[in-house]
Design a protein around this ligand. Structure first.
Ligand code: URA
Length: 194
């Protein structure tokens, strides 16, 4: 059992963390697709795995609907490995202190494709501040990976309409593009470069 006191965090951050548990990953460490979220929520902390609460169930649904095998093809993780108190967004400092762990995960899993779920993941990895509604669904070259930002499923839970052009339907199209890229990962056309 790893506990947050093992993380190289400053004393202020440690004292602010309400939990002892850290949440590292779920899925296949040899997967070709890595999904990176923000930080665990209450359910994730309880179970010890990322994306197992309501947001995670919705994310699983989008993946499965797209023909992606979540047990075989996907490795789920987060930028921050413990639950920020009161479900607040992680601070800049927490993100910077956790990033080396995430970089290690990326290096070890070495996925072909990375999906960045929500603003925190996008800003932490790509080091840019842009509206997610502008970036979502676009392929971006980052280091030796191809990366796609998508809406966070918690945003989709707050905007549940499945009508064409609405966030849920757009997200479903994004994951279909991900599946298509997984099936033809050598094709690097239509990509933006940052
Ligand atoms: N939201 C995230 O960003 N990550 C999780 O693991 C769960 C919810």
């Amino acid at each position: 059992m790893i506990n947050h006191s093992d993380l190289p965090l400053c004393e202020v951050c440690k004292s602010d963390i309400s939990t002892n548990k850290i949440v590292v990953a779920r899925g296949n460490p040899n997967a070709s697709l890595m999904i990176i979220g923000e930080a665990p929520g209450a359910k994730e902390e309880e179970i010890g795995q990322p994306f197992v609460g309501r947001s995670g169930k919705l994310l699983d649904k989008l993946l499965i609907n797209s023909g992606i095998d979540i047990a075989l093809d996907v490795y789920f993780c987060n930028v921050v490995k413990y639950r920020p108190p009161k479900n607040r967004r992680p601070t800049k400092r927490e993100i910077e202190e956790n990033l080396p762990w995430l970089y290690q995960q990326i290096k070890l899993v070495d996925p072909d494709i990375v999906v960045l779920v929500g603003t925190t993941a996008v800003e932490s990895i790509l080091r840019i501040k842009t509206r997610i509604s502008f970036l979502r669904g676009k392929w971006i070259k980052w280091e030796d990976k191809i990366v796609m930002p998508v809406f966070h499923p918690s945003y989709l839970l707050r905007n549940p309409s499945k009508e064409e052009g609405m966030p849920f339907a757009l997200s479903q199209l994004d994951f279909l593009k991900v599946k298509e890229k997984m099936d033809h990962s050598e094709d690097s056309s239509n990509m933006s470069f940052l």
